[in-house]
Design a protein around this ligand. Structure first.
Ligand code: PLP
Length: 377
């Protein structure tokens, strides 16, 4: 054994990817509705991303964060302008983006509590893990960071939990790893109002739902609730590791030199890839297609007798199966028999995360394959 068995790996070795297709080392072709868990949002090896990476790699791969780079500043400028209007701090991943946001909020209100909600997922490092109230993920690694509280994701529970002692509330507008559960506009609005009353920061974790995944560039645009801080990662680098926390004006000077940092964060190659990704996922034609695909796929899947409901929007759908069926068995069957990549975040939930750029015929074919899998459960 050469790799620590931290992942339940499937018996497939991929060697090549293009768009929504992957090929294994025997030349077998697969359709990808998993996209590396919401990373390959513009498909595998999109020509614009490959070109941006190779051109930038030939010019400058790394320079310390005490210097400026053009890709780093241009990507920050565009992300900030498209969202909260303040400033941006780079990280290397989703969990690190959340660490940065939590630290920023704590710095603004020293000693303050961080409120998260049950069934949330914010990452695996200690701060983010402490905001991820899931017994199986937290218990083996206790003790966690003090000063974190978890409540039900309801208007009443959040309103009661947020007070003068609160530094931040962190929420996913649609819970992803928890099984695709939209929190709903009422809950987000109540959190916003309580944060305003008590001078706490509202953090939206858009690591999975951001960058067009739900059919708008930012998921919170559906709900009309604007956070103080937003964390992003996953799709941003087109497959390269990059994350960021975007701030509003209030938090734009949230860190001073020496407060927080990272050797690799916001490197020029990742940021060049990010610029290419952002061009694609902010295209309104792409976003409109994502919204339409989501509505049509949900309607089609809901008709299957094995399905009890479909949650989510755009290209982030949670297909809830009859509780007697096993979603993880469906994922294995889909891979082995239908050459289709899926994911099951919960024992009875299949999650669909197609590339935003998937061809209509490919999506149609993928859904037909999924229906055949459901027929056989
Ligand atoms: C909402 C959310 N936040 C944070 C993370 C952690 O991101 P990463 O794995 O890049 O650290 C994830 C990963 O699944 C996520 O879905």
């Amino acid at each position: 054994m050469t790799l620590v068995p931290a992942y339940a790996r499937m018996p497939v070795r991929f060697v090549r990817g293009r768009g929504s297709r992957l090929w294994d080392d025997e030349g077998i072709e697969y359709l990808d509705l998993q996209t590396g868990l919401a990373v390959n949002s513009v498909g595998h090896c999109h020509p614009a991303v490959v070109e941006a990476i190779t051109e930038q790699a030939a010019e400058l791969i790394h320079v310390g964060n005490v210097f400026h780079t053009n890709p780093g500043e241009e990507l920050a400028r565009r992300l900030v302008a498209s969202s909260l209007g303040g400033a941006l701090h780079y990280a290397n991943s989703g969990t690190e983006a959340n660490e940065a946001a939590i630290k920023m909020a704590r710095k603004a209100k020293p000693g303050g509590e961080i409120v998260s909600v049950h069934n949330a997922f914010h990452g695996r490092t200690y701060g983010s893990l402490s905001a991820t109230p899931q017994e199986s993920k937290q218990a083996p690694f206790a003790p966690l960071v003090p000063g974190f509280v978890a409540v039900e994701p309801t208007v009443d529970a959040l309103t009661a939990a947020i007070g003068d002692q609160t530094a931040a509330v962190i929420l996913e507008p649609v819970q992803g790893e928890g099984g695709v559960w939209p929190l709903g506009s009422d809950v987000l609005r109540a959190a916003r109002a309580a944060c305003d009353r008590h001078g706490a920061a509202l953090i939206f974790d858009e690591v999975q739902v951001g960058l067009g995944r739900t059919g708008t560039l930012w998921a919170h645009q559906h709900d009309g609730v604007v956070p103080d801080l937003m964390t992003i990662a996953k799709a941003l680098g087109g497959g390269l590791p990059i994350g960021a926390v975007v701030t509003n004006e209030r938090f734009a000077a949230g860190f001073e030199p020496g407060d927080h940092g990272s050797t690799f964060a916001g490197g020029p190659v990742q940021c060049a890839a990010g610029l290419a990704v952002l061009d694609i996922v902010s295209d309104e034609t792409v976003l409109a297609q994502v919204r339409e695909n989501g509505v049509e796929a949900a309607a089609r899947l809901s008709e299957h007798p094995a399905v009890t409901g479909v949650r989510g929007r755009g290209h982030m759908l949670g297909v809830e199966l009859d509780p007697r069926l096993d979603a993880r068995a469906a994922v294995r069957l889909a891979l082995a028999e239908e050459r289709l990549l899926l994911n099951a975040p919960r024992p009875t939930t299949i999650r669909l995360l197609p590339a935003l750029t998937i061809e209509p015929t490919e999506l149609d074919d993928a859904l037909a394959r999924l229906m055949r899998v459901l027929d056989r459960l």
